[in-house]
Design a binder for this molecule. Sequence first.
Ligand code: FES
Length: 391
Amino acid sequence: MSNAGSTTANHLAREARPHGQPLWLLAELTYKCPLQCPYCSNPLDFAGAGAELSTEEWIDVFRQARAMGAAQLGFSGGEPLVRRDLETLIAEARQLGFYTNLITSGIGLTGQRIAAFREAGLDHIQVSFQAADEEVNNLLAGSKKAFEQKLKIAREVKAQGYPMVLNFVTHKHNIDRIDRIIELCVELEADYVELATCQYYGWAYENREDLLPTRAQLERAERITNEYREKLQAEGNPVKLIFVTPDYYEERPKKCMNGWGEIFLTVTPDGTALPCHSARMLPLEFPNVKDSSIEQIWNESTGFNYFRGDHWMKEPCRSCSEKEQDHGGCRCQAYMMTGDMHAADPVCGKSPDHGLILEARQAAEAEYTESNITFRNERNSREFAKGARGQ
Ligand code: FES
């Protein structure tokens, strides 16, 4: 609690400020996952997390969040398919009136299970891919069969009447094949494609040097995406290509999560409630749904109140004319990079720590000779290094 300790009492002593409702609930059902992506945003010490919430506990969370106005519910993980009660959770969520979204790698999914989800009332399925090339995809996923299974499942999702929503996390190792990625999406008759450049949290931060593309790679990828947009539109293809750049190449930070404790509530597998998926790394105490109601968590807990408003800000944020727009940027990024969660996000050109971002950009330009990517298990790290050397 080194950063938080002295100021926590002041924060709590202030009058409660008006804030939004938890409109977006992300239920991280489990940290278990058959894949090993080196940019996974799950915590590095996920194995130390407590026991997963039971079916009844999750349903209670949904009920309370819905009563507070939550409208969207994302099922994520780890890999949410690992939970055998997923159908029950979907059905309950739907009954409560949530718009439900399953965020999955597709590994382990079958046509039968998709039909069961449909029956339970699931609104939306998003399938993630690692790359458009079988070999790179499987190396990144840490599974020899991942690509084939994903293709099969993506087709099955579409065949069962769902919109085809695909997500590709792009980085140094796959961004130069953006044309092939888009071609694959067209082949799969995708409706929405998120071409999201890796965000550097969790395992991705650990592997940043091996993942951050150069500015030239990014600009090329964005240009090619724009060309495809025009071409596909002219052909009457309604697919929407959404290109997301990493904030490492921006000069102003993002208003992370649309503001701390404003609309977003994530509940981790063991019931810890967080204002963003990475917040557990911060030296703050976060409540657990097993001990407090969602209403207490949202309105009264230290963790959720801590970065509401601007009283916590230091210079240059405090007197910045843009503070309402970006709210000082991402608290997790500030803490990861500077060790001070009250600092300006180093992405900001006005931050005294902006040099850390410039260094990372510069490191991305260095000639790539050997992969040092760390996967959750060592064997995959070795396999990937061999693959990157072309052995
Ligand atoms: Fe935690 Fe940005 S990811 S505040």
